[in-house]
Design a protein around this ligand. Sequence first.
Ligand SMILES: Cc1cc2nc3c(=O)[nH]c(=O)nc-3n(C[C@H](O)[C@H](O)[C@H](O)COP(=O)(O)OP(=O)(O)OC[C@H]3O[C@@H](n4cnc5c(N)ncnc54)[C@H](O)[C@@H]3O)c2cc1C
Ligand SMILES: NC(=O)c1ccc[n+]([C@@H]2O[C@H](COP(=O)([O-])OP(=O)(O)OC[C@H]3O[C@@H](n4cnc5c(N)ncnc54)[C@H](OP(=O)(O)O)[C@@H]3O)[C@@H](O)[C@H]2O)c1
Length: 397
Amino acid sequence: MYNPNASGANSTVAGNRLFVYEVEGLGQNQDAMSSPIRKSGRMTVTVPYNRMNAEMKRITRLGGKIVSIRPLNGGDGSSQAASANELQTDRASKPMTQAKPKAAKSSIPVNLYRPKNPFIGKCLSNEELVREGGTGRVRHLKFDLSGGDLRYLEGQSIGIIPPGEDDKGKPHKLRLYSIASTRHGDDNDDQTISLCVRELEYKNPDTGETVYGVCSRYLCELNAGDDVAITGPVGKEMLLPEDEHANIIMMATGTGIAPFRAFLWRMFKEQHEDYKFKGFAWLFFGIPYTANVLYKEELEELQAQFPDNFRLTYAISREQQNAEGGKMYLQHRIQENADEVWKLVQQPNTHAYICGLKGMEGGIDEGMSAAASKQDINWADYQKLLKKEHRWHVETY
Ligand SMILES: Cc1cc2nc3c(=O)[nH]c(=O)nc-3n(C[C@H](O)[C@H](O)[C@H](O)COP(=O)(O)OP(=O)(O)OC[C@H]3O[C@@H](n4cnc5c(N)ncnc54)[C@H](O)[C@@H]3O)c2cc1C
Ligand SMILES: NC(=O)c1ccc[n+]([C@@H]2O[C@H](COP(=O)([O-])OP(=O)(O)OC[C@H]3O[C@@H](n4cnc5c(N)ncnc54)[C@H](OP(=O)(O)O)[C@@H]3O)[C@@H](O)[C@H]2O)c1
């Protein structure tokens, strides 16, 4: 059940540890700090744990920027480094935890099939996801994996090698696509993998001619029974935490929904015996038209079925307007909800994911920055720590 004030695990932090801040941008204010500035223009400041937040504020006030934080006496940062949650020292009532270790490397399948020896899967189905009145073509594709060893996790990507050669006569290079199904596949039999692919279409700026992307067009045109050359899987950035009680914030534009479909299906649809989600999930989804809302019916069904655990917020750019009267983009929805998102992000069991267009990132940061600054916290510094804890995940371009 969603409770923005809910706390995480028990406190594990000893208050007498020392941390080293590496700081840049304090050249003008050297007198205000006691440490020497190094050749790089950076300096280090040693801070006792219980002064970390105050010192962070002081450095920011003096125009400095904290580049890294590490424990004074070694440690690889995974067990001892300051967690973003620990930096909430002013809010003494909040329990403090350390970051959960990442999943063991060996349990994450990577590059089981390489371009020289790809897995040849079969297309089982290819369905249009854009409805009447929407723009472009986006397909949900399902491939058969039986007979091979291709395993994958939610949040990973696979490579597709389109047949044929490029204009230099060389075989086409692979293109990456986020996996849209759970590890168990859409048929729940561990034998399939699914993708969500937009056909790239644009006008050649010189000739005005319509150009289609090589691989995306190839995929969108596949028929059931066709062979497909698959590599991978790859990617460790967008993995779902194992914690069934985690809060999961998802921000997607367009086909950036692919990994989140996999997340949501695992969290709510499958109810597989190895994972029963009990946390809170919030999807922000940016699309051009209502008819472009990919997987709309299923998403709304999940929301109706799990109203306390799943929240769905659309940004429909060509139908809705933001507060300034411009297009409603995903980042405007984040800005509208920034206080709540910020509150969630401060919980040690919250993970945030961004997938799709890079252009949304700046506006998301603006929203988060406005909310964090109400508590005198610098969002850029906080975000750095969230990334260090593997709780802020980004796959955009
Ligand atoms: C990790 C990752 C995951 C991805 N996941 C997905 C996914 O789930 N779904 C999905 O649909 N895509 C996804 N992509 C994108 C995908 O990999 C391909 O880049 C995309 O499908 C285009 O490939 P293509 O072969 O069709 O285009 P290509 O034939 O390779 O053409 C692309 C080229 O066209 C040119 N071009 C593109 N747009 C324009 C323009 N407007 N004006 C002028 N020139 C232009 C550029 O030179 C560009 O490099 C992902 C990418 C990454 C890196
Ligand atoms: N893992 C990954 O890296 C990954 C995975 C999947 C997809 N992708 C990529 O993500 C992109 C999504 O494209 P799509 O064709 O699938 O989506 P789409 O259906 O065209 O939707 C994209 C939405 O984002 C809006 N948008 C445009 N510029 C934006 C900006 N600066 N900030 C926020 N929103 C913005 C668009 O609005 P308007 O068009 O109205 O301006 C539209 O509403 C593609 O480039 C795709 O290849 C990447």
